[in-house]
Design a protein around this ligand. Structure first.
Ligand code: IVH
Length: 677
């Protein structure tokens, strides 16, 4: 499906329906399949267009519109709701023997029921470490979502679930079941969790202990704006109560979920023998550390629903399913020393050097500690035992002192940031309003490395990661970001780890990044407070780097999302000599320092509304609307009292008649050209 041309003569109601369909589809490609067909900018443009229509025609707003994901009104408390079918828990198996024993118990049970030698099929799924959620869809519309609670009664968290892009607000079918309850796990991915904690630490807020707590805390918030702002995701793994639909097997249910745009993990497997099940559990255990989310085991379920029914439930646990549990991922070890590393703005970040310890299958000796505040809050001291947590791919964290350590009478002193930068040895400074002690040296190689890494990431250059940046820095090839664009493929090819092909590919990818839009370049420069979104807003506001550099702090403050303090800091950083020479160098390298396309509300046709109808002699509809928007005008789909001009070509249809009725000025192609020129 393509993003469809900005069709201009569509009725707004029809266009809104079309846009919702497109946004749902592309949201699904992005959030569910992780395989987007269009870029973020294109998606945002569709969303902006829909927002604009809904603003102009509030009657066209629907509760299942993708624009409604931003979060509605806060609720006053979380209402208790009874689940239509109890949400069960699972018995555990901690070894292959226990798993085989479970299968034997099922056989015995069925034998007593008169079923000899049942042919089991199994489904093995990751046991996601988040929190269980029930979603009710009535006549295809998402009606209510609730936490598991005690299994019988949970809490209504619909307001927060609605903000999550991975949860469909409507089922994409002609003939939806009367009612279907989808169950699954809400979780936060490890990279998202790490970013969130970093953001919180920088803002001086407390950090979350782990992704699970973070997801659980978020989903129970009263204000959905908070949930909308935190990156929650969802894996669907079960169907609960239904009306008007039924499934013969769990596998069929998962297929149904996939078809209806729920996220079902692609590596869920159907298996036939005990050995296959054991092998599958072990394989998940091996993959555990490289997954994007935390799992604490594997859930094995009997596939056939009829067998599930015969097996039944003991207490709160179904006989037909079991959780293969992994060993825990925390460990206690000695914190030998705290080290400090400068970030891209010189902030010194503490990290822990540990007595090597095995956690969750790997040996760790380093762990992160977000900042000084975090250290103080956790009350961690050098030389003491601490609890460390390793979660998937992210850097291990120090959680707290080991139990009882904090009660000791003669504890070592609290750690302090160093008086000089550990990388360049410049005396450090501590700004009053910051949680960080800083290395003030702009030439510090530690800071440069961070800045260069940030640039490569921000410009989205494939193949230019931490390793490559370090290598090019060590070789003296790259000092500032502009040097990336001067790398020589032949020289790169001579380095170990590279061949001719990979070197050329890398240089091509770097060259390609010249096409990144101005907003992204601003973000990549590494200006404190200027993230991706602010970069884009600044680009839209000022249109060119010249205008931005001429702007006073008070003008920068006019940018959306920028407050007075931030504006002053951004202004100061832009006018710093090093930043100016970086900008000059990057301009010379041909990066974009100008916003392409028209500014909203600018141009000679600003505020003028056009409607196109019929076929023009030389211009396609797209070309005509581009000319109009470039001049600052707006093209809409239907003629109303607010329309300024109707541009009519051959076979114009009812819009021309409408224009004449309303007395709207009608132009032909020549007239349009004359008006715009
Ligand atoms: S099935 C039989 N499948 O584990 C139905 N649960 O101990 C029981 N969980 O509360 C749930 N991943 O939060 C099921 N693939 C999965 C799961 C899963 C994680 C959690 C869920 C549940 C707990 C049961």
């Amino acid at each position: 499906m393509s993003a469809a041309q900005p069709v201009t003569d569509m009725d707004p109601a029809e266009r809104a329906v079309e846009l919702r369909r497109l946004l749902d589809y592309h949201g699904y490609r992005y959030y569910v399949l992780d395989d987007p067909e269009i870029g973020d900018d294109e998606y945002d443009a569709l969303l902006d267009e829909l927002r604009a229509i809904e603003q102009r025609h509030p009657e066209l707003k629907t509760p299942d519109s993708p624009t409604q994901r931003i979060g509605g009104e806060p609720v006053s408390d979380l209402e208790k709701v009874r689940h239509p079918q109890a949400m069960l828990s699972l018995a555990n198996a901690r070894s292959a023997d226990e798993l085989r024993a479970w299968i034997q118990r099922m056989r015995n049970h069925l034998a007593r029921e008169g079923i000899e030698d049942p042919q089991f099929e199994y489904v093995a799924e990751p046991k996601i470490d988040g929190l269980a959620i029930s979603l009710i869809y009535r006549d295809g519309v998402f009606e209510r979502g609730a936490t598991r609670g005690n299994g019988e009664i949970g809490e209504d968290v619909t307001h927060n679930l609605r903000t999550m892009p991975a949860i469909p607000l409507r089922l994409d079918v002609e003939d939806p079941p009367r009612m279907i309850e989808v169950r699954g796990e809400v979780y936060m991915s490890l990279p998202d969790f790490a970013k969130l904690n970093e953001r919180r630490a920088e803002a001086g807020l407390s950090t979350f202990m782990n992704p699970r707590n973070s997801a659980a805390g978020t989903i129970r918030q009263l204000d959905p704006k908070l949930a909308a702002d935190r990156p929650l995701s969802f894996w669907a793994y079960q169907i609960g109560a239904t009306e008007g639909i039924s499934f013969a097997s769990h596998w069929d249910a998962l297929e149904w979920l996939r078809e209806h745009r729920f996220r079902v993990h692609p590596d869920v497997k159907k298996l036939r023998t005990e050995d296959e099940v054991v092998a599958q559990c072990r394989s998940w255990e091996e993959r555990r550390g490289s997954l994007e989310f935390e799992i604490d085991g594997v859930v094995v379920k009997v596939n056939e629903v009829e067998l599930q029914r015969r097996l039944g439930v003991v207490g709160r646990e179904p006989r037909w399913a079991i959780a293969w549990k992994f060993p825990p991922t925390t460990a206690v070890t000695r914190l030998n020393q705290i080290g400090w590393n400068p970030g891209k703005f010189g902030d010194l970040h503490p990290y822990a050097m540990l007595e090597p310890v095995r956690v969750g299958g790997v040996t760790i000796k380093l762990a992160t500690l977000h900042n000084e505040e975090d250290l103080r809050r956790k009350d961690i001291r050098e030389g003491e035992e601490v609890i460390v947590l390793r979660a998937g791919d992210v850097i291990p964290q120090v959680l707290s002192p080991a139990p009882h350590v904090a009660e000791r009478p003669d504890r070592p002193d609290s750690p302090r940031p160093p008086g000089e930068c550990p990388i360049c040895h410049t005396p450090t400074v501590k700004p009053e309003d910051s949680v960080f002690t800083r290395c003030p040296n702009r030439d510090c190689p530690g800071r440069r490395w961070q800045l260069l890494k940030h640039f490569a990431g921000a410009m989205d250059v494939d193949g230019l990661g931490e390793k490559q940046v370090s290598l090019f820095m060590e070789l003296g090839w790259v000092r500032t970001a502009a040097d990336f664009y001067r790398l020589d493929p032949e020289q790169i090819a001579s380095q170990t780890g590279f061949g001719r092909v990979s070197a050329e590919k890398l240089v091509a990818a770097i060259a390609d990044s010249r096409r990144q839009p101005f907003g992204r370049v601003l973000y990549a420069l590494g200006i404190e407070d200027v993230g991706y979104v602010t970069g884009r807003s600044l680009a839209q506001q000022f249109r060119s780097v010249e205008a931005l550099l001429e702007a006073a702090p008070e003008e920068i403050e006019q940018t959306s999302g920028v407050g007075p303090k931030m504006a002053r800091r951004i202004h100061a950083q832009l006018h710093d000599a090093q930043m100016q020479s970086l900008i000059a160098d990057l301009r010379e390298e041909g990066l974009r320092f100008r916003e392409e396309g028209p500014a909203p509300g600018e141009g000679r046709m600003a505020g003028k509304t056009f409607v196109l109808t019929g076929t023009l002699p030389d211009l396609t509809r797209e070309q005509a609307s581009e000319m109009i928007t470039r001049a600052g005008g707006r093209v809409t789909g239907s003629v109303s009292g607010k329309t300024d001009y109707v541009v009519a070509g051959a076979s114009p249809g009812s819009k021309l008649a409408q224009a004449e009725r309303l007395g709207v000025e009608v132009l032909d192609e020549a007239g349009l050209r004359a008006l715009l020129s």
